[in-house]
Each structure stands twice: as structure tokens, then as C-alpha cells.
Write a protein that binds this ligand. Structure first.
Ligand code: ATP
Ligand code: MG
Length: 411
């Protein structure tokens, strides 16, 4: 990816919060030039915001590919047919559909999720036990006519999801892969900087499995309520927080505390929920026809970005964890000599550095550096050059240190 010179980009930071944005994540991301609001729940991602999204995708992709998952991209336009087979095209059944008509006649929907089309698609590719297991995922825009979209990018009417679907010949194999995804999710959220505050919770499981699991990040403005015991080894969603479930989990009589959280991901053992109505079958080793076992595993990519923005921000602006930050360095040159040295540093580091080369006061640049929240601010001025050094400030701790120019490359 190309670098960014502040003087050349169309990005502008705003001194004050936009009027129509109640959510902290939305207001800060807008002020700092990451996103632009089209309307409630609908956002554009600007160059900085897109880099954050791409970083989150990269981390997820790396961890899923380790499990042997294959990436695809399915259409967002939905043929009603497979959805009618599961009963989910009906607005009574699924109340968040965006639908439209084809000019040639007939209806289509904008995908709120992809269980039906992927199950349907794989009928063309799965016929034998030799074709299984199979793990297929995508990063795709989902459309949902959400009633309330007042939480910035935490709840969009259009949002980016990673959705993974797994296909197996047995329940044991589904269980095995499910456990692998649980671990991969742990690694993903740790790398994204929210590992410590993200809990795998017991959630209501639907028809087959007793529970599904959600990944919930503790957040004051989170829309969900979760309950955790003293050592946080058992965490439950509100809908399963009752005596019967506590007994089932061997936690009857334990003390639980309540907190709010945002759901960043979830995993489900679907078993035959979609493969049966859509007739996704295979021929087993005894030449008998069997139904394919399925699981599905989501992560709200754009919601994760909002959670990170919301969670780490301070009174000066955003604070990005390193794996997620659009650039690692915010580079400021002050005065003619400082600018010349900064240019030298920038050459060859366009991938990691945002260069604030504007003709603006240092104070203005420092304020923007804090607002944008890149991990390190590098300032080169006559004062630092007198020590043959640059001043490097850690955005999170606010601590500064002088680093010799010769060592800056290694820093
Ligand atoms: P929620 O309870 O928050 O509405 P959901 O149960 O509808 O979520 P899924 O359909 O399972 O969620 O979607 C998978 C993931 O996508 C969720 O875990 C969440 O992180 C994210 N997500 C769901 N709805 C939205 C939305 N409207 N905007 C942004 N992200 C979303
Ligand atoms: Mg929902």
C-alpha cells in the first residue's frame, strides 16, 4: 500500500464533533478522517479507515488460513429460491431484509448473511465423502435494515463481516473443527489488541447444540449484557443466565457479576439446519447418501474497528493497537532542517509512515497526531537535530524519548 503525505491527501481532520453523531466511535473516527457518514448506519471508509479494515482482515485471514480455510467472495445479491426453502425469505421470519425488484420481473434480496447461498452453491462441489471436510470463508458486505442504527460503526445497516462455514461428514469432525476455530478466535482477538477484554460466552444454541458461543468485548456502550464468575472462567449471555444453565455448567451458587459488552463474533454448530432443507448431501464410504454437517463462524469486521476505536480512545483522540493502526509512525518535521531530515526518513518508509508535511503550526500537527492515534509520533526539529536525534512519543503512554537518527531506522 502507498504511503500518505498529509499535504497531498484529501483527508481533513475536524476540530469539533459532527452534530448528527451520538456515538463516540463514529464521532472520533469522523473527526480523525477515517470514515464519512452517508446516513444513519451507513458509512464510507476513507483511506485511513480502509487501512484499518484491511489490517483487521489480514489478521483474521492469516489465522483462518492456518486452519486450512479457503477464501471466496459470494454475491451480495440474493436469489430468493434457496431462502424460501429454509423459510428465511419471509419478512415475518427475518425482519431486517432489504429487498428490491428486478426490472425484468422478480424479486431479489441484499444478503444479510450467507448460509443459504453457500449451502446451495456447494451442492455443485460436494458429492462424496472425499470432498469433505471443507472450510470456506469470505469478507463480504452485509445489508440489514436494523431498526436502531445509532451506535456509529458498531451497528451498521451496511457492514463488513467475515463469515466462515464448515462442512463435515460427522458430528465429531464438526466438534473438532469448532474447537480449532475457538482457539483461532482467541488468537485473532489477542492480535487485534482486545484479547484481555474479550470473553467467549455461552449463548442460546438454537435447535441442535445446547449452546452457541459468542465473543463479547467488555465495553460501556455495548448493547449486550454478560455475566461472569469471580475468576471469569464462566461467562454467560443474558438469555442463558438462569439457574438451570448455571447448574448445567457446574456453577450453581457461584457469584456472578454483570457488565455490558459488544458482540464481536459468534460460532454455531448448525448440524443439518441448512443442509437438510437445501439438500446438501454426500455419498459415504458404504455408498449411502448422507446429509452434510455444518458449522458457521462470524466476526463483525467493521464492528471490531468501532470497538477498538471506542475502547482505547482518550480525551485527545484515537489510540490504535499496532497490528490495527493504519500507519505505525506519524512523522513531523519542524523548520527547514527538520523537514529535510524528515523527508530522508520518509523515503522508503511510505508503508509504515504518515508524513505530516503540511505548512502548519507544530501545535496543529501534534493535535492531529493525537486525534489520529498512530502508535508513535516522530518529531525532527532543530532542537532534536542538535542531539543528532528525533523525539519519539508513544501515543498510548504519552512517554517521549530521544532516539539517535542512526538508530531510528531500527526503532
Ligand atoms: P447482533 O446481536 O449484534 O445484532 P447478530 O447476532 O445479528 O448480532 P450475526 O448475524 O451472527 O450477528 O453476525 C455475525 C457478527 O456480525 C456479529 O457477531 C457482529 O459482530 C456482527 N454484526 C451483526 N450485526 C451487525 C451490524 N448491524 N453492524 C455491524 N456488525 C454487525
Ligand atoms: Mg442482529
Amino acid at each position: 500500500m502507498r504511503g500518505m503525505r498529509f499535504s497531498k491527501t484529501f483527508i481533513k481532520t475536524l476540530r469539533t464533533a459532527p452534530k448528527d453523531e451520538a456515538a463516540k466511535n463514529g464521532a472520533l473516527l469522523t473527526r480523525a478522517g477515517y470514515i464519512h457518514k452517508e446516513m444513519a448506519g451507513v458509512y464510507d471508509y476513507l483511506p485511513l479507515g480502509l487501512r484499518v479494515i484491511e489490517n483487521i482482515k489480514r489478521v483474521i485471514r492469516e489465522e483462518l488460513n492456518k486452519l486450512g480455510c479457503e477464501e471466496v467472495q459470494m454475491s451480495a445479491l440474493q436469489n430468493p429460491e434457496p431462502w424460501e426453502k429454509t423459510g428465511r425469505f419471509s419478512d415475518q421470519e427475518v425482519d431486517i431484509w432489504f429487498k428490491t425488484n428486478l426490472s425484468s420481473g422478480g424479486e431479489l434480496g441484499l444478503a444479510p448473511t450467507h448460509e443459504e447461498p453457500i449451502t446451495n452453491m456447494l451442492k455443485s462441489y460436494i458429492s462424496s465423502y472425499k470432498d469433505l471436510p471443507l472450510y470456506v470463508y469470505q469478507f463480504q458486505t452485509k445489508f440489514r435494515n436494523e431498526l436502531r442504527a445509532k451506535s456509529g460503526i458498531l451497528r451498521g445497516r451496511e457492514f463488513l463481516m467475515k463469515d466462515l462455514y464448515s462442512f463435515h461428514t460427522s458430528e465429531e469432525d464438526l466438534d473438532r473443527f469448532y474447537a480449532e476455530v475457538e482457539k483461532a478466535y482467541g488468537r485473532i482477538f489477542a492480535r487485534l489488541g482486545i484479547g484481555e477484554d474479550t470473553y467467549e460466552t455461552f449463548a442460546s444454541g438454537g435447535i441442535f447444540a445446547k449452546y452457541s458461543h459468542e465473543f463479547q468485548t467488555v465495553l460501556p456502550v455495548g448493547e449486550d449484557t454478560i455475566y461472569y464468575n469471580t475468576d471469569k472462567s464462566i461467562v454467560l449471555n443474558k438469555e442463558v443466565y438462569n439457574n438451570e444453565v448455571l447448574e448445567d455448567l457446574g456453577a450453581a451458587g457461584e457469584k456472578f457479576e454483570e457488565t455490558t459488552a459488544a458482540e464481536v463474533g459468534n460460532i454455531f454448530k448448525l448440524k443439518f439446519k441448512y443442509s437438510e432443507p437445501l439438500e446438501l448431501k454426500y455419498i459415504d464410504e458404504e455408498n449411502k447418501q448422507q446429509t452434510v454437517y455444518m458449522g458457521c463462524y462470524g466476526i463483525g469486521v467493521s464492528r471490531v474497528m468501532g470497538v477498538i476505536a471506542e475502547k482505547f480512545a482518550d480525551d485527545k483522540g484515537l489510540v490504535w493497537p499496532e497490528e490495527v493502526a493504519p500507519y505505525k509512525y506519524y512523522l513531523v518535521g519542524i523548520g527547514e532542517n527538520g523537514m529535510a531530515e524528515a523527508e530522508k526518513f520518509y523515503a522508503g518508509r511510505e508503508d509504515t509512515t504518515l508524513f505530516d508535511d503540511r505548512k502548519a503550526r507544530p501545535g496543529e500537527k501534534f493535535a492531529d497526531a493525537e486525534l489520529m492515534g498512530l502508535p508513535y509520533r516522530i518529531v525532527i526539529s532543530d532542537k532534536t537535530l542538535a542531539e543528532d536525534a528525533a523525539e519519539v512519543t508513544d501515543r498510548r503512554t504519552g512517554e517521549s524519548q530521544m532516539v539517535k537518527l542512526a538508530d531510528l531506522a531500527k526503532f
